[in-house]
Design a protein around this ligand. Sequence first.
Ligand code: ADP
Ligand code: MG
Ligand code: ZN
Length: 439
Amino acid sequence: GVDLRNKLYATLKSMFGFNQFRHRQKMAITSILKGHDTFVLMPTGAGKSLCYQLPAILSDGVTIVVSPLKSLIEDQTSKMRELGIPCEQLTSELSTDDQESIYTRLGALKPDIKLLYVTPEKISASGRLNSVFFDLHKRGLLARFVIDEAHCVSQWGHDFRPDYTKLHTLRERYTNPKVPIVALTATATPKIVTDARNHLGMKDSKLFISSFVRDNLKYDLIPKASKSLINVVEKMKQLYPGKSGIIYCLSRKECETVQMMLIKSGVSAEVYHAGLNDTTRVTVQRRWLANRVDVICATIAFGMGIDKPDVRFVIHYSLPKSIEGYYQETGRAGRDGLPSYCLMLYSYHDHIRLRRMIEEGNTTTGVRMMHLQNVLQIVAYCENVSVCRRKMLVEHFGEVYDEQTCRTSKTPCDICDRKRKNPEAIRLFDVSDEAKMLM
Ligand code: ADP
Ligand code: MG
Ligand code: ZN
């Protein structure tokens, strides 16, 4: 009713400093406040966090948020604290004393914590934490469970975390009354959504989806040849001097090669990959967020949940592992709404390399087949010469898109751009010579 509406706007303004809700936020928040299981499917940067943070403030008791990465948790909790929202995190990094002090506060008659962030590992591993949840539940103080990055539950997703699959225990354990579950993700094909809803025991959840179209991103693709990296570096230097960017690579070594090239061209660049220790990674991330370094050469380990508004370009120096992965990674560009550039360097050789990596990986046949399938889809995206790239990307997520929109936009994709300039032209992108050499 009117009361709830007023309360939502008042809280939005007083706690978050915003005047308007973004697309679908208000509907999702209302559903969550009514106690429905709710599935929020919105692209990166759309503002999913607010959908559970605002209800947490308005609800009695504690909202438990499961998040896959410590860096994400760190980022969220520090933002909450700045806003003066009572928020804590429980990760394995905390000292026993600090953990105990949080448990004690949760045991209080009226806990002074509104949001508690935890890792899925903590939920599977800590009996203490679960008994605290039980106690809260018994006292009617367990407001809801929030599963952020819910696609991690699905083997079909690009970020599968085994501990996420154990989260079905949340639904099974906390019944009578049932504790509502909220799941959020930016990466979900219809298949993954179904999978996640089943896994989490929320088949009947309300689903809120907003469009995955990113109007301000220009998708481009060029064949990867020996000279292309230096050309790209020069072009970025010219178009976006001193601006932030990410270059995604397939291996640590590749990250270093690209970094060297950038530095030689006078661009400030650092690497970020699984081979660095946590401290170094955090430092690199902070330096980039603070504009102390411009370009990060990274494997996919970089960027999840990072909210930097002014990333002007995302370059894939090597083939991403799936269309979802590509969409997610390019989605880190242009969150401020300004035109930004997403370039893929494609070579058939990288396709073979990626396939080899998957074939050598130690996993079950089913999972391997799934990864190979994903690679074939991204290869089809790359080798496509006639369909708008935006269309291919959003239709992968089940959305309908009219190419005309891309063709007439300020940042048309390479295919639409070509069609616009010369409607008769068909892209000649012949990989067969290279392929012959390799086979
Ligand atoms: P997501 O999780 O969907 O990727 P976030 O929750 O991190 O996105 O939000 C992205 C950014 O959008 C944040 O900086 C957040 O403060 C901002 N934001 C969210 N909702 C609104 C709103 N209604 N008005 C203005 N900014 C908003
Ligand atoms: Mg998020
Ligand atoms: Zn297009």
